[in-house]
Unconditional design. Structure first.
Length: 90
């Protein structure tokens, strides 16, 4: 499950690198859900500013609200479009 989260996080980071120069202010970008479900194909439509806020903390992962989390993870913020989960400190 952790490998799935890391894989999708890496894909999102690459997407962010490529889209940052061409996205318009306030434009919502479809990032991948970083939940623990290996079969998840969910998308989280967020702005680059929102994405940056999530990435300000390396322990935070972006998921579709209500998607699978790993034991010990806490939802630290949530709205109707996305949730942010925090991994416990190692």
């Amino acid at each position: 499950m952790v490998q799935n989260q890391e894989l999708f996080r890496h894909a999102n980071e690459r997407l962010h690198e490529r889209i940052v120069a061409i996205a318009q202010d306030g434009q919502r970008i479809p990032f991948l859900c970083e939940c623990a479900d290996g079969g998840c194909t969910g998308r989280v439509n967020i702005t680059l500013e929102e994405y940056g806020d999530v990435r300000d903390d390396r322990a935070h992962y972006l998921i579709v609200p209500g998607h699978l989390t790993i034991e010990g993870e806490d939802v630290v913020s949530k709205n109707d479009r996305y949730a942010v989960v925090e991994k416990p400190a190692a």
